[in-house]
Design a protein around this ligand. Structure first.
Ligand SMILES: O=C(O)CCC(=O)C(=O)O
Ligand SMILES: [Fe+2]
Length: 424
């Protein structure tokens, strides 16, 4: 009786709150509330908009220091030699010229076409995906005032019947086509592509992408603020200090409110000098293996990102895969031996050298996407970009020791993820 009375009052409270909210659909408040309780239970009492960032959070003017090159002026070989081999971040422009995403990926069209499809916008404490129907997410996205809003980071869009059309709206740019993970069984390979959509203040905390992979990230709508820090920077100096973490320890906005100030101060070591920029629509960011990076959406953004292994980062990916995904590495090696024997010397050499220390300071820990709030967040075993369907044999993800990943793949690793993090 008491329980049902309590439930009744909770229900009434929700109804009243829903009435007071700015959402357009009658069920948005309830659906979003449910998703929030699962994705970030710790905020239920504290509140999602308590810090008032929607009113007063402002980024300082950007010091845009990234090199931009038009794809018409950059051959695949040149990209390899000048940027991939040297692990230099760049923005490539012009790649989306013929993409249908230009017309199809507007907020309104996505919200209409996929209105009843569910997209992943978080993970619960057990590592299971938290999803919202697009119609509710869209209503939330355009009307929320949250400090660090829910963010769609969905890696199964291309595998679901009703959303796989999204995969046809973009092309993998020529520079990234030769993804050696294509030689891994598609069911076993780690999640590697994400449809990404979120409002201002959503973003990704500082991390290094998993398994030694590099990434490309193409923005279709809106603006993303990026800061990239060289691989040799120690994790302790690139992550917020314990007392700076507050209620949003693993959020991009917390980094921009804390570490960013130090990064921009004259005392920041030159050897860790960041590369910063605002990425605009039609621009493709190349994030080389091992680079720390953090992203904050400045307005409503829609993007696609993929992680990959190429001939240039195979020496980094291979030892991490052997360690973190031994089963995958065995059958991957068989296919490479049969179909790309010219790669074997690279594999042999990096195996002989043992674990290749790509990150100098962070290979023993390091983060990886969206990171989490303490040392347990780190990537580098390679398991941070989560996702369902990726853990060979399992259909859902498990969260281990406070972070997300595929249990089977990388039991020793941990890392929280609301997005692209787990096992690329
Ligand atoms: O677009 C973003 O939020 C950044 C994505 C990212 O860094 C990642 O997916 O690893
Ligand atoms: Fe990343």
């Amino acid at each position: 009786m008491l329980a049902s009375l309590a439930e009744f009052w909770d229900d009434m409270k929700l109804e009243l709150m829903a009435l007071g909210s700015d959402y357009k659909l009658p069920r948005t408040f309830r659906k979003v509330d449910e998703a929030k309780r699962k994705a970030r239970a710790e905020l239920t009492k504290f509140g999602w908009d308590t810090l008032g960032y929607s009113e007063d959070f402002k980024l300082p003017p950007v010091k845009d220091t990234i090199l931009r090159i038009d794809c018409e002026e950059l051959t695949v070989d040149e990209f390899r030699e000048k940027y991939e081999r040297t692990r230099t971040p760049i923005i490539i422009t012009g790649l989306t010229k013929n993409w249908q995403a230009n017309e199809k990926w507007t907020l309104e069209r996505i919200a209409r076409k996929y209105r009843n499809q569910k997209f992943k916008c978080g993970e619960d404490d057990d590592g299971f995906s938290v999803k919202l129907k697009m119609k509710y997410y869209h209503d939330y996205m355009v009307n929320n005032i949250d400090d660090s809003p829910l963010y769609i980071f969905d890696s199964s869009f291309a595998d679901r019947h009703k959303t796989k059309q999204l995969r046809e709206d973009y092309e993998v740019p020529k520079y990234f086509e030769d993804d050696l993970f294509n030689y891994a069984d598609s069911k076993k390979r780690p999640p590697h592509r994400w449809f990404v959509m979120g409002p201002a203040r959503s973003g990704t905390a500082i991390h290094i992408d998993p398994l030694g992979t590099s990434a490309w990230n193409t923005l279709i709508q809106g603006h993303k603020r990026w800061v990239l820090i060289p691989p040799n920077a120690p994790r302790d100096i690139v992550k917020p200090l314990s007392h700076e973490k507050g209620k949003h320890p693993s959020e991009g906005i917390t980094w921009f409110n804390t570490v960013y100030k130090r990064v921009r101060s004259p005392g920041w070591p030159q050897e860790y000098a960041p590369i910063e920029c605002i990425q605009g629509p039609g621009e493709t960011m190349f994030v080389p293996a091992g680079w720390w990076h953090v992203v904050l959406n400045e307005d409503h953004t829609i993007a696609v990102t993929q992680n990959y292994c190429s001939i240039e980062n195979l020496h980094l990916v291979w030892p991490k895969t052997v360690k973190g995904r031994p089963k995958l590495s065995k059958h991957w090696l068989k296919r490479i031996t049969a179909e790309r024997p010219e790669l074997l010397p690279i594999i042999r050499e990096c195996s002989e050298n043992g674990i290749n220390d790509m990150n100098d300071s962070s290979s023993d820990s390091s983060s990886s996407s969206s990171s989490s709030d303490d040392s347990s967040d780190d990537d580098d075993s390679g398991c941070d970009r989560e996702d369902q369907g990726s853990c060979s044999g399992t259909t859902r993800k498990r969260k281990i020791s406070g972070t997300m990943k595929c249990e089977e793949q990388c039991p020793e690793k941990t890392s929280r993820s609301h997005e692209k993090e787990s096992c690329a």
